[in-house]
Ligand binder design. Sequence first.
Ligand code: GAR
Length: 211
Amino acid sequence: MKRYVILISGRGSNMESLLDAGLPGACAAVISNRADAAGLAFAASRGIVTHVIDHRGFASREDFDSALAAEVGRHAPDLILLAGFMRILTDGFVRRFEGRLLNIHPSLLPAFPGIKTHAQALAAGVRLHGCSVHFVTPALDGGPIIAQAAVPVQAGDDEASLGRRVLAEEHRLYPRVARWLLEGRLHLVAGRAQLVGEIAVGGALHVPQTE
Ligand code: GAR
């Protein structure tokens, strides 16, 4: 059976949606860089091994990433899912796991990388906002996009209301993409996401053309 590891920093609602999705693989571990991440208790309640590697205990980003890579590597995962993991990863870490390292970001990339994406979207006055799942490369929030889900921005939206609508789409989108990779249908080929086989597309979900 394929194995995946989830990295979190906080609430862990995307992690929950992944764990509840019945993915064709086993969650080998949930790793957090913060001991107070609420998601750790949920993972433990599911009998999943959890680890905390506190970034503040390391002198440099490289030192933290080598400890993180060692822990992740120990579980020999086929897939690593960043789920609200709020640390910028070094090139060394990303290269080691390239092609099996995914992230979910709360905007329609390449618009609004970084943080406070819902505030950025409201300030820009866009009519559509959403979330993106992408392969992680050394460019921050800049790796090849795999799939996106869009939501309308409504009159009277604030950060919280827009964020809630986007989060509901995140919870649908991320498990779908994770499933494709675990099924061996999703690959990173020459810097682009490539999907093989039939994909059922519904609603405002946008995915690559299949072969
Ligand atoms: C999610 O909205 C996720 O997309 C975002 O953090 C939130 C985590 O929530 N991630 C990023 O901004 C990564 N740059 P969660 O802990 O409840 O899944």
